[in-house]
Write a protein that binds this ligand. Structure first.
Ligand code: MN
Length: 134
């Protein structure tokens, strides 16, 4: 069996090269990654190939992650995609502020505990986008 066929596709939107390298290291064995360094490129990519989930840096050059999220949730093609925010802002209350924007979950950078990342991803993948799960 070809393991590559079994790996769920995740779109990563992250402009920091070190974080991209880290995410590849943590995720490549479990997921197929489409990585984009800016929001417009990511939105174009989502139009071509729909992933199971998006990891979205909030702080991006040009169009920021909040606007990218708005476009994802505003399009019938992508509105049901789970989106996890990646943000360096780890201030008290920030989680609630980010989730209030419409993100499905939140991972703070630097990623110090990869198990939290895996749990967040798997929770949302198992929730699915087509309904039917209890
Ligand atoms: Mn960034």
């Amino acid at each position: 069996m070809d393991r590559a066929l079994d790996r769920p596709l995740i779109t990563v939107v992250e402009d920091n090269e070190d974080n991209c390298v880290l995410l590849h290291a943590l995720l490549d064995a479990r997921y197929e990654l489409d990585v984009y360094n800016d929001g417009l490129g990511a939105l174009e990519g989502l139009g071509r190939r729909l992933p199971k989930l998006v990891l979205l840096d909030v702080s991006l050059p040009g169009m920021d992650g909040i606007e990218v999220l708005g476009r994802i949730k505003g399009s019938p093609h992508t509105r049901n995609l789970p989106v996890i925010a990646l943000t360096a802002h780890a201030m008290t209350g920030d989680r609630e502020r980010i989730l209030a924007k419409g993100f499905d979950d939140y991972i703070s950078k630097p990623i110090l505990d990869e198990q939290l990342l895996y749990l967040a991803i798997e929770r949302l993948l198992q929730r699915g986008t087509g309904g039917g799960a209890p």
